[in-house]
Design a protein around this ligand. Structure first.
Ligand code: ATP
Length: 297
């Protein structure tokens, strides 16, 4: 179990990227959903011990993460958002090198580790090719292979499916699900389907705060009666935006479907919508932007 308590991070320029994050994350896939700038990468880097929060407390099992970062690192697998430039060496050599950096000292153990991971991530047939020449999906699978060295119990993947085509995304999903059964996996993303398809538990992070957390189905059920929709002429959109809190708009065949947030029947021809996770997510963001005094509503 990973536990964060009142984690805050203020960058030297005064940006408050994390504003009192308190959450418990158990085994399995956990989706951390949030828009650009929400603080996801700051939170992932903080948990990965790459930066020290300005306040708060983090524990993983019996490890006090801030006091004993080395112990956490020994059991962490991290796939950062941006890996930077890969050297022009083969996937096999690079993974072997990374395994020795991670403390797999015996050559026989390293061989077994590297071969198993290359097979598991479906990179065995391209093991002699340079990672620098890999496609986006292959790089991400390589990223997972390196994150899995040493059988970590905590795995962090930061925005892993950005830029992947549907087939590669699917492959990547399957790989994560396989891994996620016995360890804590945190998947940080701004893509709602990533979470809907993969994660039994999730949280929404916006403006550095956890706005919502729970099981996706439970959160969808809880939003019932708060999302309303109707189809309007495009020209009426500004009028609707002036009168209601608009969650989403979608243009279909020249007309606009608009969803709004309202705790009561807004009248005006709106009908209740059986919202999905996207509506839950977008309405949470709308709520998070309300002035502080109204946010409890
Ligand atoms: N090193 C830094 N110095 C100052 N501000 C920073 C730094 N890193 C991030 N920020 C700011 O902190 C806030 C949170 O950024 P962060 O990268 O954690 O968000 P994110 O949710 O991961 O967004 P994205 O998906 O765009 O990376 C943003 O306002 C960002 O501009």
């Amino acid at each position: 179990m990973l536990q964060l308590n009142g984690v805050e991070h203020v960058y030297p320029n005064g940006t408050r990227a994390l504003d009192g994050v308190t959450i418990s994350i158990g085994k399995g896939m956990f989706g951390l959903l949030g828009p650009n700038g929400a603080g996801k990468s700051s939170l992932m880097r903080t948990i990965a011990t790459l930066q020290t929060p300005t306040a708060g407390d983090i524990r993983f099992g019996d490890i006090d993460v801030l006091a004993e970062p080395g112990r956490l690192r020994a059991t962490l697998g991290y796939l950062p958002q941006d890996f930077g430039v890969y050297p022009r060496v083969s996937a096999y050599e690079l993974l072997d090198h990374m395994a020795s950096l991670k403390g797999v000292v015996s050559a026989a153990d390293r061989k077994a580790t590297v071969e198993t991971l290359l097979a598991q991530t479906n990179l065995w047939t391209v093991r002699t090719k340079s990672v620098a020449g890999f496609s986006g999906g292959m790089r991400q699978r390589f990223g997972i292979a390196q994150a899995l060295i040493g059988n970590p119990e905590l795995i962090i993947v930061d925005e892993p499916t950005a830029g992947l085509d549907p087939e590669e995304r699917n492959r990547f999903y399957n790989l994560l699900v396989e891994i996620g059964e016995n360890v804590v996996v945190i998947l940080s993303t701004h893509i709602v389907e990533d979470v809907a398809d993969l994660c039994p538990r999730m949280a929404v992070l916006a403006a550095g705060r956890i706005q919502l957390d729970g099981a996706p189905a439970e959160l969808i059920a809880r939003s019932r009666g708060t999302i309303w929709g109707k189809t309007i002429e495009r020209e009426r959109l500004d009028e609707v935006k002036g009168a209601h809190e608009v969650v989403s708009t979608r243009l279909t065949a020249g007309r606009t479907i608009v969803h709004i947030l309202s705790d009561q029947d807004p009248g005006d021809g709106f009908a209740p919508v059986e919202g999905g996770l996207e509506d839950v997510y977008l309405s949470t963001l709308v709520r998070s932007r309300r002035p502080a005094a109204q946010q409890a509503a």
